[in-house]
Design a protein around this ligand. Sequence first.
Ligand code: PGA
Length: 251
Amino acid sequence: MRKPVIAGNWKMYKLLSEAVNTAVGLKPLVANANDCEIVIAPVFTALKTVADRLEGSNIRVSAQDCATQNEFGAHTGEIAPVMLKDAGCSHVIIGHSERRQFYGETDESVNKKTHATIAAGLVAIVCVGEHLSERESGNANSVVAEQLNTGLAGLTVADMERIIIAYEPVWAIGTGKTATPEQAQEMHAHIRQTVAASHGNDVANAVRILYGGSVKPDNIATLMSQTDVDGALVGGASLEVESFASIVNFK
Ligand code: PGA
């Protein structure tokens, strides 16, 4: 059985006080959600404070990006996974489509960041997903397979225990256009097959695959009812305590 994961990606929202208020407000509302893993991803400057305030709770803290290496050095502006762990993080989101589209993220840098994240003892939430034009031209499956094969290259079977995959069709992010449950299921099954081909059936059956892209309280249940959907990566609807809590408590 794969334990569901509901992760909130706060993107570049919330000052420190707002981040703390949201995190602290969320705590009691999800305290009984023991059958799912809950993760929130505030901006870097809020990570340590939020993690401290959530200590002892069932909410884990994730960064939204990281450096490609853990060795300290002359890398102005970068933050190593080992530093994120030091700040109280347990997860890192890697390869979000906004980083791929606007900040030069490539499958190769995703691969390096994923290795560095695992080396630091953290869990990598590796994001994949096609653009609308790629879906319309019938290339969605090959685009996602390439993102996975390069992004997860060189990871051992043991490393894969620290991988969560997030499928986020770019056309569904922040647009209000959710993939239909059937579209999500179809791609999630394809992702699992791709992982089976690269890392074997046991890894493929165990890896959690989250859906992301306009997940809301009113569509989470149908998405989660799909066989290969193991959770959600939530953007907009994770910013408000009530809506994120009702996604976590969707049952
Ligand atoms: P959204 O964002 O839920 O606002 O569509 C999802 C994401 O970018 O992770």
